[in-house]
Design a protein around this ligand. Structure first.
Ligand SMILES: N[C@@H](CCC[C@H](N)C(=O)O)C(=O)O
Length: 264
């Protein structure tokens, strides 16, 4: 699978709708002993992804943010890893195990289009997790023009603010404060969502451990779930538009996310 050797580390560089990854195949060595911050810096990517063997799925996916912190979920990387493993196996379906015990199912639905079954969202305050009991649908957070976000766990923690115009929000300044807000003992990913008359969502994301990103799959899922819970939308699916591309999000029991992947 790995096609290149640079700085003695075998890797491929891929993106899922602009969310960029260095992906290291460590299935033969099962090695997790890497300097993730340095790899992310040199590879200028959003996350470093390590693939190892799994007893419960076709592979195990380990996720590290650009600051070296570990994450429990990465929807866009799952689409990239799913593509690579399906290519290797010559199949159109594989499974990926995550550190939070989730098993993600990946389906090939087009030449470079991959659908992932992300599982069920967690909605209780202690599942997000929050540091004290409060209503995740209207969190008591207010910062400049942002207020009362929804908290959702998609395998990792997210908050979603609804605004009239996402381009007016100074995310670069507000993102770090919200990521590190005292209500989130494990920090949080931060999304700013604008719902169009068509029912589609425009989204900007500040990723925990990474910063502003062109796309975040779990954030797109969180934004759709939050839109339904707050009764801003009443559909089973919608398109989420991010700076790096478009994701189709469906939610009935589980959340399904579909979008393109590519090599960098
Ligand atoms: N880009 C990802 C999420 C990556 C992890 C996130 N920054 C976290 O710390 O939870 C996605 O596509 O879901």
């Amino acid at each position: 699978m790995v096609s290149n050797l640079t700085d003695k580390i075998p890797f491929v560089k891929m993106h899922g709708t602009g969310n960029s990854f260095v992906i290291i195949d460590s299935r033969s060595a099962n090695n997790l002993d890497w300097n993730y911050r340095q790899i992310a810096d040199q590879g200028s990517c959003d996350q470093v992804i390590i693939i190892t063997m799994s007893n419960a799925a076709n592979c195990f996916m380990h996720i590290y943010n650009a600051d070296g912190s570990r994450a429990e979920m990465c929807g866009n990387a799952a689409r990239c890893v799913g593509y690579l493993i399906m290519l290797e196996k010559g199949t159109e379906y594989i499974t990926i195990e995550l550190i939070n015990n989730r098993i993600l199912e990946c389906f090939k639905v087009g030449d470079k289009s991959i659908k992932v079954n992300m599982g069920k969202p967690l909605l209780k305050w202690n599942e997000i997790p929050l540091s004290c009991e409060c209503d995740p649908l209207y969190l008591p957070i207010e910062l400049e023009m942002l207020k009362e976000p929804v908290a959702v766990n998609i395998g990792n923690p997210h908050i979603v603010f609804f605004v009239d115009n996402i381009s007016e929000i100074p995310l670069q300044n507000l993102g770090p404060k919200l990521e590190n807000h005292e209500l989130f003992p494990q920090k949080t990913n931060v999304s700013i969502a604008q719902i169009e008359k068509s029912g589609e969502i425009n989204l900007r994301v500040w990723e925990r451990g990474t910063g502003i990103t062109a796309s975040c799959g779990s954030a797109a899922c969180a934004a759709f779930v939050a839109s339904i819970l707050r009764k801003c939308l009443a559909t089973k699916q919608t398109s989420v538009h991010l700076p790096g591309g478009h994701l189709l999000i469906e939610w009935s029991k589980n959340i399904l996310m579909t979008g393109d992947i590519g090599f960098l």
